[in-house]
Write a protein that binds this ligand. Sequence first.
Ligand SMILES: [Zn+2]
Ligand SMILES: [Zn+2]
Length: 240
Amino acid sequence: MSNWRYPGPITEEDPILILDTGTLALTENPLPEVVGAQLAKIKAPPGINPRIWDEIHNYRYPSKRKLQCCLFWTSNTKKNSAKTYINAANSLLTDHNLILDICPENAKKTTERTIEFNELVDISHYEELRNLVHRNHRHNGRIPIIFCRFAGSLGGESHDTGMTINIEHWLPFILINDDKEIMDNLTLLHEIGHASNCEHVNSGNNAAVHNFMDYPPPKRVGILKKQVIKLARSYFAREA
Ligand SMILES: [Zn+2]
Ligand SMILES: [Zn+2]
């Protein structure tokens, strides 16, 4: 499972790659009518079996799931991109029967949700930030999302837009860099993907669809079946 790679553009000549994604064999019985019928938002390119395409790209989780988040801001943040990120995430999630459940609902930076913290965040601050959030607001079964300002020394993609933090004694939580923006506004959803155990899935330059775990980010528009399932089963997901 951990070695799973998106095969890139799917063609009928590549049944093994298609099987590799853990989805249907080409010869299996037709899918129930519901799959693809309500969706087809991402259409199969010419020459590709639309049934297989829909099973991978337009998969709907069987029950509606909400992904529960609690938002926080450090006191040195200047703007609030939360709404933009939430809207972009939901515009992809709804077709797959998933939705963000945001606390506070209006996603506004209020004094109650502001953490007294004025430094640029680096690796030495993760535990402190998580503890401050815990002291500030406890809400079971939800993932904390902290809008803050990143120090330039953070490695990898982290100095850009967001990162998911895994430290001892805590479930994964998310930091979003208040100083940076990204074209497709999918930073929050991408990090929620990491917190749900989704890895990067690079689909290559000529892929028909770039999924939300593609990185570095092209314009990302899709969620693959395996990713939908992981999101729906994350520690912060519940029946909607
Ligand atoms: Zn909350
Ligand atoms: Zn990533």
